[in-house]
Design a protein around this ligand. Sequence first.
Ligand SMILES: N[C@@H](CCC(=O)N[C@@H](CS)C(=O)NCC(=O)O)C(=O)O
Length: 191
Amino acid sequence: MITLYDADRCPYCARVRIVLAEKGLEYETVVIDLDDRPVWIYEKNPLGRVPVLEEDAFVLSESAVIDEYLEERYPDPPLWPADPGERAQGRLLVFRFDRLSRPYYALRRGDEGAREQLDGALADLDALLAAQPFLSGRDYGLADIAYIPWLLRARDRMDVDLARFAALAEWLERLAERPAIAAELDVVAAL
Ligand SMILES: N[C@@H](CCC(=O)N[C@@H](CS)C(=O)NCC(=O)O)C(=O)O
């Protein structure tokens, strides 16, 4: 049995929720109150952070690592492209995610100076998506899932105008048709 220690507002948890949904896996959710975290969460993750995934006695933290684990453990449907080069490009984007997350969290803390940096990161994603349909290339997968939770929250919760980035906005619309992403849109709408 899979258990996800989860918080609706957490975009890192959203990465895992989306992968679980894409793979059609059943799981139990334990909601963690991020403003009043139980001390026992540190036994599952010494950093005290969510998401944490538990499968029987196996406990794992770090959203990108959890997603890789789920991809290997439950390969169907695949969420990395078959092409090794495209897989590597996708992993590079996940590895360099802080280019988006650093200005995103700075802006959320009220640092208006971060807006320009965030726009720069969004422009790079937009350029990539103008050249190919998904972040790692021809196929939807873990790179898209690694980014979309922040883009939905930036657009719907932080009034970042994504319409300025046509290819990125179109990619968001396309992804929103997937039930796994539509479910996350509902989570964001209820925050
Ligand atoms: N690198 C971690 C980040 C997880 C993370 O920062 N989660 C936040 C909630 S969105 C958290 O638990 N924050 C509590 C804390 O940092 O103490 C991952 O990818 O899973």
